[in-house]
Design a protein around this ligand. Sequence first.
Ligand code: ADP
Length: 497
Amino acid sequence: MNKDKVRKTALHTIDVVGIKIDTRHYIGGQRVASAEAFTNTSPIDGSFLGDICRGTQKEADLAVAAAKAAFPAWAALGPKGRGELLLRLAELVEENIETLAQLETMDNGSLLRSHRRGVMPRVAMNIRFFAEWAINELQHPDFETRGHTNKISWDPSGVAVLITPWNAPLMLATWKIGPALAAGDTVILKPAEWTPLSASFFADLTKQAGIPDGVFNVVQGFGKEIGAALVAHADIARISFTGSVPTAKVIARSAADNLTPVSFELGGKSPCVVLEDADIDLAVELAVEQYDNAGQVCLSGTRILVHESIADAFALKFKEKALQIIQGDPRDEATQIGPQIHQVHFDRVKGFVDRAKESGANIIMGGEPNSDLGGLYFRPTLVMNPDPTSEIVTSEVFGPVLCLQTFKTDEEAIAMANSTEFGLAAILVTGNKERAERVAKQLVAGTIWVNCFFVRDLRAPFGGSKKSGIGREGGNWSFDFYADVKNTVVSPNGWKE
Ligand code: ADP
């Protein structure tokens, strides 16, 4: 990502569609500038949005020191004291939904209407949910061992470093910020360098909400610079990362030196399995949905596996529906999918499709840029029956590129579904409950959606099997990670009163 042009300095504030954004880091409740900056552009039309302060080891050290200093008082506030401030923060997000939606769309090119109606309300909910969970739900009944009482508690653990990606910046960040702050940890957020804006605005909201200085910090810059400095720091207690497998391996190596616990949510190459007894219209609808966010969704069911007896009918209906997808400016209400995030990413997606073409793959839809719209738009693409060992089937493309493969038996479908190194999610479409249960049981993934997609409850565990991740977040699972889970064993003996 260092291909972005590096500038010498940044203005302290920029104006993005009438919204004032501070380009500096937010450390210890103060805005802190860096000597150098990186350029931020909009994927919608490539327009320049601003130069953003580019942090290094120095800012990483400052942020860790600030978060460490703020930790004891934040931890001592307890779930109720922290909850009051976090609920105020959730309200402020709600009051600023339109601003956050506009900002995020300019920065990452996802649909404005979905930011307004779905994503930003979810951001508020992420914070509210975990604040309330810590107050009301986070408890374990005491139990006795030969007259001794076991008391389980979730204690704050220290400084949590949160490293997040660009495909759903504030949404994915608050899945981590919510439980980390509610658990009593202090936080350093490092947003992806292609999408730093919403995090900076969010930092202002934490200040307005009265979150004490140093409890929440944002540092900006490249993963290989400030990201690497943060995860290697000896004074941090947790690393939560959402991103790619290669980056996760680098972070894991760094974390190993200090034995810092990690939570990783990584890539996917999820199957969408359509059995022959499926409601075919529902199956087509779910499969076409996999183009959402221009395919830049880690959960996407990009491998559509269809029983051979219905494959022709399915492909016909799929194409009919997918060809109606309106691609365009994500600010237009009618648009269904927008651009890829960045030229570097666009080239990567195009590279996968070009190489598939060169190797003779049968691309029955799309397969090329939608250049009329601008530089970063790639047409929804369907690759028919690709070689199962080819990279388009085994690697995460993270673009609007789906593969359709066929199978003869449930066993074959299961084997194909489980054949990649990933295991984030799987979609199963069938009309038979007994079969659904049997097949779902054999699919290896953190989340299985049966006859549905993207139903996500914050009480549920979320994460990946195999190379798709380490650990689970959601409900108690989040607190098991961010907190230090403690058992206090109290003896019946030795009491003087
Ligand atoms: P992508 O999902 O675009 O392939 P990455 O997994 O590399 O990207 O990036 C996800 C996040 O990880 C970004 O915030 C990025 O800056 C950060 N990152 C990249 N490399 C490192 C690293 N070596 N150490 C810490 N963070 C990193």
